[in-house]
Design a protein around this ligand. Sequence first.
Ligand SMILES: C[S@@+](CC[C@H](N)C(=O)[O-])C[C@H]1O[C@@H](n2cnc3c(N)ncnc32)[C@H](O)[C@@H]1O
Ligand code: SF4
Length: 428
Amino acid sequence: MLKKIIRKVIKKVLTGSEGIVLSSDYPDIGKINLEKLGIYLHVPFCRHPCFYCPYFKEKYNRKDAVDYSNAVVKEVEFYKNIMGNADITSFYIGGGTPTTMVGSGLEEIIGAIKQSFSLKCGISTETHPDDITPSMVEKLKGMGVENVSMGVESFNDRFLEIIGRTYRSDRARDAVSVLVESGFKCVNIDLMFGLPNQEVKDVEKDIQTAIKLGVDQISAYPIFTFPHTKLEEVVRKKGYSLPGIMKRRAMLKKIEELCYNAGMERTSVWAFTKKGVRKYSSVTVPKYIGIGAGAGSLVPGSFFINTFSVEEYIKFLERRGKPPVALHIDFGEMDEMLHWLYWRIYETKIIKKEFEEQFGRDFDDIFKRIFRLFRMLGMARDEGDRIVMTDRGNYWVHVLQNVFSLDFIGRVWNICLADKWPNEIELI
Ligand SMILES: C[S@@+](CC[C@H](N)C(=O)[O-])C[C@H]1O[C@@H](n2cnc3c(N)ncnc32)[C@H](O)[C@@H]1O
Ligand code: SF4
């Protein structure tokens, strides 16, 4: 209840409106021809879906993957017709587990994207320790992949077993070494902390192992409990205990200390990257089109998401030849500016000039009051041309993200997973 009131007040103060309406009317996708446009491709397949994972995915099978690939190529053709040979400055493949589709349609999708647009960047993709072999690395490089991110989660067999991962730590280490030795521009690994029954010393060992193996970036996520996953149920049934907020804070502090001592810098609320390496990042591109089931697109004035069903996605593209959009939100100027600000805070640095270039408005004129408060609370430093979040600020962003935005995302995903074509939703 309190959360609801605070959320309502924040939204009202910042934008003048109370709720967020996601409409089920088909949006006017119109002519998209933007500078610095990104592509996000969603591969919604995993060989062994994990009980705690909130992302939209289905169990992999070859036939569905090939049918899905054909449908994705149709969606690419739709965008080609309205965008011409537009420059693409970032291309990110997420999931699910994108490497499940190597050999069952991923090559064809990438080929269609390269033929349709002018790719000005390398490809970044997620992968899984079970999929990584020298031969997979060769295939990825052949497709133009330059950056990889792998979900290791832990190097400790006890926790890998608790969270139901299919591999054990020796396999995870081998897979990391194969990636590190393959000459990718950036190798990121995901580690989760705050796992059931985990202690600070367990997190410390995981981070030390990652650093020793020589990864370029570590993304360390506290495990989140989304309502549509089985995490809470499993913890309850098996009698595990999830670390409380103070222990999680101590874990985060240990991660910060080890990463800074190893010469890494913070590049987002969760990620630490070696100095001199360009960070691996998926979610912070200012404008992108999302291709595939469950993918979201952010274009001027609007955000829209495709249906969360592989079957419906394929049927819709076969019948209508256009993106199977399930929901969209129209953005006012203030919504767009706040959305931009949210992701810059997430990246921990705000370059004022970039805001001015994007919106033609003075950053300080609009956000002076918010950052005065952040500075007074020791959450940010104003360095004149940029604002830098402090570790304390990042911690509170983490707390607020848990309470508000993940709650918001969780509710939208919950609805979209239960209903492939939901009616209008009003979230307050
Ligand atoms: C798409 S997966 C990564 C690639 C691949 N599917 C894998 O699992 O190795 C994205 C990442 O989200 C993180 N993740 C999944 N469920 C989470 C949860 N409930 N809370 C926090 N992070 C989570 C994990 O670190 C995972 O590696
Ligand atoms: S964590 Fe990775 S492998 Fe597990 S279900 Fe989520 S996307 Fe799939």
